[in-house]
Design a binder for this molecule. Structure first.
Ligand code: DQA
Length: 151
């Protein structure tokens, strides 16, 4: 049996992601946010790692969460704030903790305004375009980073 890692991953879903399943299903899929969260929680149990998940439509609330919570690694889908938020970028820079940026859709295949991320270059890496699996891939990358890369 694996030992508890003592590490914690914080997952933040940005604006409008609470609408998953109903929102533009051709782009974002038919699954709900709860389906994604269930898969992440199962992976956390499997890897004996603590996980906290939040969704917020508010930039300020996301900044508060990033800067005032205790965790070892952040997985964030900043959603529309990806393309606009210097505040979220600065929050990630401010906490000096690894962050993985996640998108369901491939932002580089979409409108020009989505091709620019203000977060990507301050993140450990970016996973974009694999639907709900973007999150589980990000989780695997997080475990890889926390166990191996960070040493
Ligand atoms: C998104 C892509 C963003 O451009 C968009 O505003 C979203 C979702 C994605 O997961 O594909 O809300 O982050």
């Amino acid at each position: 049996m694996k030992k508890k890692s003592g590490k914690k991953i914080l997952v933040i879903h940005g604006p409008n992601l609470h609408l998953l399943g109903k929102r533009e299903p051709k782009i974002y899929g038919k699954f709900s946010l709860e389906d994604i969260n269930k898969a992440l929680r199962a992976k956390a149990v499997e890897n004996k790692i603590e996980i906290e998940i939040m969704q917020s439509n508010s930039e300020g609330e996301i900044v508060e969460k990033i800067t005032k919570s205790k965790y070892d690694l952040l997985i964030i889908n900043p959603a529309a704030y990806t393309h606009t938020s210097i505040a979220i970028r600065d929050a990630i820079l401010g906490i000096d903790k690894p962050a993985i940026e996640v998108h369901l859709s491939n932002i580089y295949k979409r409108e020009d305004f989505r091709k620019k991320s203000l977060i990507g270059d301050v993140a450990l890496g970016v996973i974009t375009g694999f639907g709900k699996y973007s999150y589980t891939l990000a989780f695997d990358a997080a475990i890889f980073f926390l166990n191996d890369l960070a040493k």
